[in-house]
Design a protein around this ligand. Structure first.
Ligand code: ZN
Ligand code: ZN
Length: 338
């Protein structure tokens, strides 16, 4: 039975992560209660190492868009990669009942030209070029036999782990399926087996019923999930079922990019200096045909727009349940009023 929205504490479960979230909303939450955040420290352009990416990276230039001379986007190897790029096959070692696998993979930085133009400030042409670059690198790295999964992400702001101001994105491949992707995939598979439909298509349908839509056009949709861990979290995905980021049509990817810009623009109006993590979840590279039930999407997790509740640290460690003080239905109302 569907109850009307109320502001009593409630536990909700996210169908893809499987995680429970405790919503402890404050009645009549108002937009001006949200932090505009500490100003993101602008690093001076003259000292910025990403003005000449080839000097900042781990050696050489992987690719330049549209070309080397007039580059708007440049891709370089990460100078401090968390995985190592090797051509031999990653081995699995056993130590009694424990095992480890060599951390082979690619770790690249995708740097956009303008020092002060984060994603929402990119022109349509540049933002499109960026997503095309993601896909080209994705397809290239997918050919490496050590690649099981490819993550594409951005950390924006000091609260997210970003150490350099100049806007940049990262692409990282791993020889294993990372746990977060694994859970999202296996819960999606479970739902698909039980209901004979895609959990993400279903979530879009329910988001529409519950008025959790932030932006929509013919091909893509931005919506707040049913049980987000962070206030104002949202997802953007193709509207039609689409398992593989790399195989989506150009129009579809372009549309997702535009919806992402629109939704992020609203978020930046609510919280001026918002810090966020942004990532793409898609099907794995290995045995990809087995994952046709999946539906790729971009996830945006804003960081600390609301002050942390006093109890949250201990409670979250003990129970594994996060506390969110803003219901997604309220978050969408606030975002859409901007
Ligand atoms: Zn710069
Ligand atoms: Zn779907």
């Amino acid at each position: 039975m569907k109850k009307p929205l109320n502001h009593q504490p409630q536990l909700r479960q996210d169908l893809t992560s499987g995680d429970w979230v405790l919503f402890s909303p404050k009645r009549g939450t108002r937009p001006d209660q949200f932090r505009s955040g500490e100003k993101i420290q602008r690093a001076s352009k003259s000292k910025c190492i990403f003005e000449t990416p080839e000097k900042a990276g781990g050696g050489g230039i992987i690719a330049s868009y549209p070309d080397l001379k007039k580059w708007r986007i440049q891709i370089v190897p990460n100078k401090y990669p968390v995985v190592s790029d090797r051509s031999d096959k990653a081995k699995i070692y056993k130590h009694r009942s424990y095992s480890y696998i060599e951390g082979y993979g690619h770790h690249e930085l995708i740097i956009t030209k303008d020092h002060d133009a984060n994603f929402t400030k990119l022109s349509i042409v540049d933002a499109n070029m960026l997503f095309n670059a993601f896909r080209e690198r994705y397809k290239h790295i997918a050919k490496d036999k050590n690649t099981a999964y490819i993550s594409i992400f951005q950390n924006w702001g000091p609260k997210t782990g970003a150490s350099i101001y100049h806007p940049h994105y990262q692409i990282l491949s791993t020889p294993i399926l990372p746990p977060a992707a694994e859970r999202s995939l296996s819960n999606s598979r479970k739902f698909h087996r039980k209901s004979k439909k895609c959990v993400h298509c279903d979530q879009i349908e329910v988001a529409r019923e519950d008025h959790r839509i932030l932006h929509e056009d013919e091909l893509s949709i931005a919506f707040a999930p049913y049980a987000p861990k962070e206030p104002f979290e949202f997802r953007v995905s193709p509207r039609a079922h689409s398992p593989y980021f790399e195989d989506s049509s150009e129009y579809e990817v372009h549309s997702v990019m535009k919806s992402l810009q629109a939704a992020l623009g609203k978020l930046e109006k609510v919280s001026k200096n918002v810090n966020y993590n942004l990532y793409i979840h898609t099907s794995p590279v290995k045995h990809k045909k087995l994952y046709s039930f999946y539906h790729w999407h971009v996830q945006v997790i804003p960081r600390e727009i609301t002050p942390r509740l006093g109890v949250s640290g201990g409670f979250e460690f003990t129970t594994g349940i996060e506390i969110n003080s803003v219901l997604p239905e309220d978050a969408v109302k606030i975002l859409n009023s901007k």
